[in-house]
Design a protein around this ligand. Structure first.
Ligand code: GLU
Length: 301
């Protein structure tokens, strides 16, 4: 068994890159006899739109994917607060008053083996007086984990051993929203996810998540970070690349089944133009034979 999940943010229409990742996540889980969960990552309500829950669900179903349960992170924020409170009680956190701009400026300075965009620890050792001065200026702090630049090794099914140095990541944003890394770690554990299958743009966050799971006393899942879909210009697939959503494709006369076939050809599970369905792909799926390079797609207008 290898329970899995697909965890989109309902902030837009899924494009072929998202759909390809969802299909792979489904294939990994179902081919191992696992359950499959659809988890909407919607804690940041500012960017979420009601219509996108329905459109994302509809597009996944149109490809023929199914899931055993659907959850929304926004439905119950208590598990995230419990995890944060525990880390606070253990003295593993500190308030951070840096603005986004200050973090970006500080993070762009070189600092050894830290990951890209790593927080250099500006607020880590503020005195009580320095904190009070920042509070008095009206700044609301984010809460960061004191990670001690831990070196963490994770195993990824496609990338092998990945070693990363963990920075003092944000646990709770200044507006009180639980941060992405915290929410993912708490959810993957409590939802019993055995293997996280997602785009390899998230690989650099994986040592952070593995470390966070360890300090929370949670088992870290296995990982398989799959290659992204790129447009012809080499950039990550986006709306500007042309016909990238199921609706765009339908407007050109292509059905969801046609798109499923196209995605299947991109990882060698179908011949060009062959009619397939998810069951056929399940029979053919072999995680060891997945292409390791991004799929460069001619989306067309
Ligand atoms: N919600 C994230 C995204 O849409 C994915 C998080 C994950 O799979 O861990 O990029």
């Amino acid at each position: 068994m290898a329970d899995g999940r697909f965890a989109p943010s309902p902030t837009g229409t899924l494009h072929l890159g998202n759909l390809r990742t969802a299909l792979l996540a489904w294939l990994f889980a179902r081919s191992a006899g696992g359950r499959f969960l659809l988890r909407f990552e919607d804690l940041d309500q500012g960017a979420v739109r009601d219509a996108h829950y329905a459109s994302q669900r509809r597009d996944l179903a149109a490809l023929g994917l199914d899931w055993d349960a659907e959850v929304r992170q926004s439905a119950d924020r208590r598990p995230y607060a419990v995890a944060v409170d525990r880390l606070v009680a253990e003295g593993r956190t500190y308030p951070c008053y840096c603005s986004r701009r200050e973090v970006l400026e500080a993070a762009s300075a070189p600092h050894g083996a830290m990951p890209e965009g790593a927080y250099p620890g500006t607020c880590r050792d503020l005195t009580a007086g320095e904190r009070a001065a920042r509070e008095a200026s009206g700044r609301r702090p984010a809460l960061r984990l004191r990670a001690g630049a831990a070196r963490v090794r994770v195993h990824d099914r496609l990338h092998g051993e990945v070693v990363g140095v963990v920075d003092d990541l944000v646990l709770r944003r200044a507006d009180g929203t639980p941060a992405y890394n915290l929410a993912v770690v708490v959810d993957d554990a409590r939802q019993g996810i055995d293997e996280v299958v997602r785009g390899d743009d998230l690989l650099p966050s994986t040592p952070r998540q593995s470390y966070l799971a360890a300090v929370l006393g949670l088992a870290a899942p296995g990982y398989a970070h799959v290659p992204l879909v790129l447009g012809l210009d080499g950039a990550r697939l986006a709306q500007r690349h042309g016909a990238v959503t199921l609706a765009d494709r339908a407007a050109r006369g292509e059905s969801a089944a046609d798109v499923l076939g196209l995605l299947a050809t991109s990882f060698g599970l179908a011949a060009a133009g062959e009619a397939v369905d998810p069951r056929i792909l399940l029979d053919r799926f072999d995680p060891h034979r997945l292409p390791r390079d991004p799929w460069v797609m001619e989306a067309g207008a």
